[in-house]
Design a binder for this molecule. Structure first.
Ligand SMILES: CC(C)(COP(=O)(O)OP(=O)(O)OC[C@H]1O[C@@H](n2cnc3c(N)ncnc32)[C@H](O)[C@@H]1OP(=O)(O)O)[C@@H](O)C(=O)NCCC(=O)NCCSC(=O)C[C@H](O)C(=O)O
Ligand SMILES: [Mg+2]
Length: 268
């Protein structure tokens, strides 16, 4: 059966070089785990991290596991791709994608679903082409902020157009889309606010950097009790066509949205 990447709220990244983090991720409630070989791993640890990642995915996991390989412009990607060909990884994450070819090479060599990270201005502008080879797009907001030369305190306002472009592209192509990471490890309120924003933007989930972000992420993405009970009332009341429901006009697409919300609530 094809692996669906839709509706996976908690996407946990961790360095493949950290054995204790791998053990913790395996026991976590993450909906997708990404073992990183790229920026979280020091150059001198690249080979051992690659071996550790391949070893880790050979074991059974309760959730799908991805490996983020190194980028096409690095000396490591060739060895990463060969290792992926012989591994049992579910999804391969390709960082800093800027062309369709960045993905097609990895996909053709490995035959695995690819999640493309959009983390540069060029990547955002080429997202439509990149998405044709991808099973999901992931916003790389740290790299994007650096590429756009944003000051550290810029917040997410200057990233909104990029985030919406990523979401629009994913929806137009029929693939999943994930929001970027929140770096503030001890800022619980900041994380919760950003996760809610990600859900409101329409993302399927959020990239996470620490297991303690998983619970708050699920809470932010889960339909609320009010949303669930309104959806149930709407589905029970709707007769088709435009009509008044609790003071608002509703039509067919609102009923479909209510059905999607209830399906998500059941899965949550
Ligand atoms: C950010 C960290 C380096 C912080 O590490 P540390 O201060 O050591 O964390 P703790 O002491 O709180 O850790 C407690 C235990 O939890 C485990 N742990 C920590 N993080 C993770 C994790 N992500 N997954 C699983 N387990 C984790 C620790 O091992 C401790 O376990 P134990 O020793 O048994 O008690 C660290 O959190 C970290 O490395 N996070 C992930 C970093 C990462 O993967 N970065 C790459 C992806 S983000 C990115 O690049 C986005 C994108 O590309 C962009 O451009 O935006
Ligand atoms: Mg990045």
């Amino acid at each position: 059966m094809t692996l669906s990447l839709f509706d996976r709220p908690a996407v946990l990244f961790l360095p493949a070089s950290n054995a204790r983090a791998i053990a913790k991720a395996r026991e976590s409630r993450a909906d997708l785990v990404i073992l990183d070989l790229e920026d979280a791993v020091k150059p001198e640890d690249k080979d051992s991290a690659r071996d550790a990642a391949v070893h880790a995915v050979a074991e059974p996991w309760p959730m799908p596991v991805a490996i983020r390989i190194n980028g096409s412009k690095t000396e490591w990607q060739g060895r990463d791709v060969v290792a992926m060909m012989h591994s049992r990884v579910d999804v391969i994450v390709v960082p800093r994608t800027e062309t369709r070819e960045d993905l097609s090479f990895v996909r053709n060599q490995t035959g695995r679903p690819i999640a493309a990270m959009i983390e540069t201005a060029r990547g955002v502008l080429a997202a439509g082409e990149i998405a044709k080879e991808a099973a999901a797009l992931i916003a790389g907001t740290n790299d994007l902020a650096a590429d756009l030369r944003l000051p550290r305190d810029a917040g997410r306002s200057p990233l909104q157009m990029a985030l919406q472009s990523i979401l629009l592209t994913a929806r137009a192509t029929g693939i999943a889309a994930f929001d970027g990471v929140f770096n503030g490890l001890d800022d619980e309120q900041g994380f919760a606010a950003e996760a809610v924003e990600g859900r409101r933007l329409g993302f399927d989930g959020k990239s996470l950097i620490h297991p303690k972000q998983i619970g708050p992420c699920h809470a932010a993405f889960a339909p609320t009790d009010d949303e669930i009970s309104r959806a149930e009332r709407l589905i029970a009341a709707a007769t088709g066509g435009a009509e008044r429901f609790e003071g608002e006009m509703v039509e067919r697409m609102h009923v479909e949205a209510a059905e999607r919300l209830l399906a998500r609530a059941r899965r949550a």
